[in-house]
Design a protein around this ligand. Structure first.
Ligand SMILES: [Cu+2]
Length: 122
């Protein structure tokens, strides 16, 4: 009887420590934002890691285009956690860096593809 109880406890501990990846983790680079596109409830925070060679940002806008959360510049190799308070609805996560290259060309990270639509369903 005692042995069976220990076996059940071991299963429960295994279930709790089975996942190590952050479910609200986003990866940034040139020029993409990779990460989850749906949440069943407010994730409370988003984590963004910059795997690229340029600085990036995470800007969260709601369905009306209003900014509801934003990071400062995230330097290459850095990870930032952004607190959010998201009600049910669709949001857009974007990087809004607009930089001028040495040759005078303007690079808009949003237009280059750093945009992701995320839905909070409850
Ligand atoms: Cu960017």
């Amino acid at each position: 009887m005692r042995f069976r109880f220990l076996a059940v406890l071991a299963l429960l501990v295994g279930a709790c420590t089975g996942t190590t990846s952050d479910p609200s983790q986003y990866d940034l680079g040139e020029f993409y934002i990779d990460g989850p596109t749906g949440f069943v409830e407010d994730p409370n925070s988003l984590t963004a890691s910059n795997s690229g060679q340029f600085a990036h940002t995470i800007i969260v806008t709601n369905g009306d285009g209003v900014v509801v959360a934003a990071t400062d510049l995230i330097q290459p190799g850095e990870t930032t956690t952004l607190d959010v308070d998201l009600t049910e609805g669709k949001y857009q996560i974007t990087c809004r860096i607009v930089a001028e290259k040495d040759d005078g060309r303007i690079v808009d990270h949003f237009q280059e593809g750093m945009s992701l639509t995320v839905e909070v369903s409850g």
